[in-house]
Design a protein around this ligand. Structure first.
Ligand SMILES: *Cc1c(COP(=O)(O)O)cnc(C)c1O
Length: 386
């Protein structure tokens, strides 16, 4: 049996909440569980207003609609990210300026953002890779100076913080994912966090297909109709029930994930000290939410060899993003700048299994397989430093 990279886990009462929603007679969107989840996220993470969506991609689409991009408007974001960070802005006709990663972390190199800002720039998107915070003070200062909107891709970042503030609660917008591969999961699911109150009223309309239905149900208007553009972003209340069930157990989920992460780190740090690979760096201002544990190998060949070696030894290890500036869709649209750090992480990074039910004894055996890779005789394929 191969140890899978990820395995979804129902933490407790999810099924009961689905049943409750079904018996309540309200299984479409914006029901009881949706409202409970909104309140829970707003209170726990200090978010002004939450809107549950069917995915993080959808949360981004809502944000892109709210920003009202005009064709030619520009948005700056890292190249080392998932397509969902970029697609919603392309759909609105915006132009993307991809930025490079830091040399020692996959996150956007905040110091290179200012050189990409011009008269057409409207927004900056940051991705907190692996749930590790981007230096948000710097990002928000740039945004204030140039009058830009900040969107945090918090897909990896439930229960992660920057200087005590929850990720997703700092920028004008934050977008969460509850996809099967994330810490808190409903299969497919997401949430738009709005921290600038100026956007809340319109968000409610865009969320409800461009109608003032929410105001109608509050008794503020006597009939509801088509008042703006919008789409169908609401998940069923049964999905919200699953999210509520997961969040009831968020502390134990997080504790377990961080325990697994720390064990990997403890066992694999000696390889870093020998110069054989690198383990993730967590800046002092950030918190580790145990979203994913990655390694950086010296080059692409050794990375691919390590993935093959682990897969041949019963461990599903996987690489991560291909840089978007070089993607089939975007390459011809890119402005030609080299983004060497994004390329570097794309070619050298690999992720190890990390999920709630992974026993610590398996973490130990996976780590031992990583260690034994360096003792196996394929290591002649490249020069080991030291
Ligand atoms: C998973 C992910 C998304 C997309 O999330 P969905 O809920 O699947 O739409 C967006 N950005 C990043 C960085 C992700 O990892």
């Amino acid at each position: 049996m191969k140890i899978p990279f990820n395995k979804p886990w129902f933490a407790g009462n999810e099924i009961q909440h689905i049943v409750n929603a079904a018996y309540s007679g309200h299984i479409s969107g914006n029901g009881n569980y949706t409202k409970k989840c909104h309140t829970l996220f707003e209170e726990r993470y200090g978010i002004k207003k939450c809107f549950l969506t069917t995915s993080c991609t959808d949360a981004f689409e809502m944000a892109a609609l709210l920003i009202d991009f005009k064709p030619g408007d520009e948005v700056i974001m890292p190249s080392f990210t998932f397509v969902s960070t970029a697609n919603p802005f392309i759909l609105r006709g915006a132009t993307i300026r991809f930025a490079d990663s830091l040399t020692d972390h996959p996150n956007i190199d905040v110091d290179c953002i200012e050189s990409l800002i011009n008269q057409k720039t409207r927004a900056i998107v940051v991705v907190h890779y692996a749930g590790v915070a981007v230096d948000m003070d710097k990002v928000m200062a740039l945004a204030t100076k140039h009058n830009l909107i900040v969107i945090e891709d918090a897909a990896h970042s439930v229960e992660s913080f920057y200087k005590g503030k929850a990720l997703g609660s700092i920028g004008h917008f934050g977008a969460f994912s509850f996809h099967e591969t994330k810490n808190i999961s409903t299969g497919e699911g997401g949430m738009l966090a709005i921290n600038d109150p100026a956007y809340i009223k319109r968000a409610e309309i865009i969320w409800e297909k461009g109608t003032d239905r929410a105001a109608f149900f509050r008794g503020e208007v006597d009939k509801y109709g088509w008042v703006d553009i919008g789409s169908s972003f609401l998940p069923s209340d049964m999905i919200a029930g699953v999210l509520f069930g997961q969040m009831q157990q968020v502390d134990s989920i997080q504790q377990k994930r961080v325990e697994i992460w720390n064990r990997y780190h403890q066992l694999l740090l000696p390889l870093q000290q020998k110069g054989l690979l690198k383990t993730p760096r967590i800046p002092a201002y950030a918190v580790n939410n145990g979203h994913l544990f990655y390694l950086q190998m010296p080059d692409e060949e050794s990375r691919n060899n390590m993935i093959d070696y682990l897969n041949n030894n019963g461990v599903q290890a996987v690489f991560h993003y291909l840089p978007l500036h070089k993607s089939k869709f975007f390459a011809s649209r890119h402005d030609g700048r080299d983004l060497p750090n994004a390329d570097h992480f794309a070619s050298t990074l690999l992720r190890l299994p990390l999920f709630y039910e992974l026993p610590i004894s398996f973490v130990d055996s996976i780590s031992n397989k990583v260690i034994s890779y360096f003792q196996a005789d394929h290591s002649y394929k490249y020069d080991l430093p030291g």
